[in-house]
Ligand binder design. Sequence first.
Ligand code: 13P
Length: 248
Amino acid sequence: MARKPFIAGNWKMNMTAESGKQLITELKPLVKGAKCEVALCVPAILIPAMSKAVKGSKIKLGAQNMHWAESGAFTGEISAEMLKEYGVKYVIIGHSERRQYFGETDETVNKRTLAVLKNDLTPIVCVGETLEERENDKTKSVLDKQLEEGLKDVEDVTKLVIAYEPVWAIGTGKTATDEQAQETIKYIRKKLGKLFGSKNANKVKIQYGGSMNAKNCKGLMAQPDIDGGLIGGASLKTDFATIVNFEK
Ligand code: 13P
């Protein structure tokens, strides 16, 4: 069966309850006819308000991180139960900004991923190389390690989403070319095949992320191994709807 495209926005540390509600109100009619899966991953504090705002629309709610423990002394962290109370469906795990600035490692990515799956939520596991790694021909080995260690002990890989986000393309306006993104995502699928069997790997949705916008989305989405996008900057505007409607 063909993989259904999945476009997700990552608001990062942007928007407020007020501006978020306003944007979702504008987006709702625009994404009404969307053929793909749609989600917005919003800051934790906005989840209650945005869960109300998306009601009756195609937009599902996602979080940007989640702790692996059920509860306890983990100041500043958010649990699965807290997210599920507000109907959250997706959780971004291991975004490069968390790896770069907040000490996220493949080991913690793995703990979080397993916990998200255990709670019947869908992790969007982020992988990707830095510019230096790409220039030194290390892209494949970096991805291998992120996938081997980040997805260790995952029982059903078809239940997760991978986002390939080359660090050099995030927030820089420097998108990977259609060919670069396709080639690397094809490699990721091949690696998943080695780890989990090719039948399973063919069912995994793999998104591209990094300066994806209303203009370049069609070319990227036309690539055979690219099943969606994880959209940063362009998800803060109604441009997000144009990306969601890439098939039109
Ligand atoms: P930009 O679309 O702003 O480059 O961000 C991509 C990203 O990091 C999404 O998670």
